[in-house]
Structure formats: structure tokens, C-alpha cells
Design a protein around this ligand. Structure first.
Ligand SMILES: [Zn+2]
Length: 189
């Protein structure tokens, strides 16, 4: 599972919460930040209503470029608008700035629970996928074995048929011979 930064969204700053690969939903520990604020911008999602370069912004990223409008997509920060580096991928710098205030505690908690559940479900789905692959492999092996057995069976049946046919031919020949001898014998009488 891909570890994600868990933004609590508290006080407009970002914090890293538990890594879900060994986190648990029940304990609610993902609500507790384990590391202080980082300056890593949140993961984002394309939003048709908030995108593009913010040409009116007085701010500049670490590249001295006008910031881009982005929407966060991680834990309690989900849906919060922010300004970030206009570049993408590894070229992107770490500068960012929230536009929206952090969501209230109720919404934040719900978002965190939803994320926890979604990540748990995707973990479950991945395990099911592995299981399915194993079963498909086992079925394939069984199928191969079965068709091999069918071929062997067919060979045995064919051999048996040939033997029976041979015997029938031999028997009918012998019957014919016996009959002929019988006729000859009758004539002699
Ligand atoms: Zn930048």
C-alpha cells in the first residue's frame, strides 16, 4: 500500500499522521499527529472549478513563478483549495499556501475515517486480487492435468477398441471357416 501523508488540516498547517499500512481505524490514532508540521504540499486532485495559474497572486513559489491553483486530496485536507508550484512531477518545489481554512473538527474526523476505510478497502481488494490469481493458477493446473488424463483415457479406449475389433474379425473368420468345413463334411456324407 502507498503510504500517504495524513493532513489533519488543523490551523491551516499540515501534519503527518500515521502510515496506514500499519495503522488501525478503531484506535483513532490517525487523528493524532506523530510528526510536527512539514512543508510538503498535499496530494492534489484535478478540479474543473479551481485550476490554472493564479495570475493575480502576489505570491511566488521557490522558482519565483506565479503559483497554480490546486485542490488538496488527502485526509482531512480533502477539498481544501491551495496555491502551489505551477510545475509538476519532480520539478515541483515544495512551496504552498492554503486558500481555505481547515475544515471543522466534525468534517475533518469524517474525512479521516473515510480515507482510513477507503485505504483499508483497497488493501482488502489487493489481497482478494492475489487470492483470485492463485485460484486461477490452481484451476489452470487442474485443467491441464484433467486434459492429460483425458488424452490417456482416450488412448486406452482406442487400444481396447482395436483389440475388440481384431478379436471380432478373427472370430468371424473362424466361424466362416468352421461353416465351410461343415458344408464340405455334409457333402461328403
Ligand atoms: Zn516552484
Amino acid at each position: 500500500m502507498v503510504p500517504r501523508n495524513g493532513y489533519t488540516g488543523e490551523g491551516g498547517s499540515s501534519v503527518i499522521s500515521t502510515n496506514l499500512s500499519h495503522g488501525s481505524v478503531e484506535s483513532g490514532e490517525s487523528l493524532q499527529p506523530v510528526q510536527p508540521t512539514t512543508d510538503v504540499p498535499p496530494e492534489e486532485i484535478p478540479d474543473p472549478e479551481f485550476f490554472g495559474i493564479d495570475t493575480s497572486s502576489p505570491h511566488r513559489c521557490h522558482h519565483e513563478m506565479r503559483p497554480a491553483r490546486k485542490v488538496a486530496f488527502v485526509y482531512a485536507a480533502t477539498g481544501r483549495r491551495f496555491l502551489g508550484c505551477p510545475l509538476s512531477g519532480p520539478d515541483r518545489c515544495s512551496w504552498f499556501m492554503w486558500i481555505d481554512e481547515a475544515w471543522g473538527p466534525v468534517l475533518s474526523r469524517s474525512l479521516i475515517q473515510l480515507w482510513d476505510q477507503a485505504l483499508l478497502d483497497s488493501g482488502r481488494a489487493a489481497r482478494l486480487q492475489t487470492k483470485k490469481k492463485e485460484m486461477e493458477q490452481a484451476y489452470l493446473e487442474l485443467w491441464t492435468e484433467r486434459s492429460n488424463m483425458e488424452i490417456e483415457n482416450q488412448q486406452v479406449v482406442n487400444k481396447l477398441k482395436t483389440t475388440i475389433l481384431d478379436t471380432e474379425i478373427k472370430m468371424s473368420r473362424r466361424l466362416a471357416e468352421d461353416h465351410c468345413q461343415h458344408i464340405v463334411y455334409c457333402f461328403q456324407l
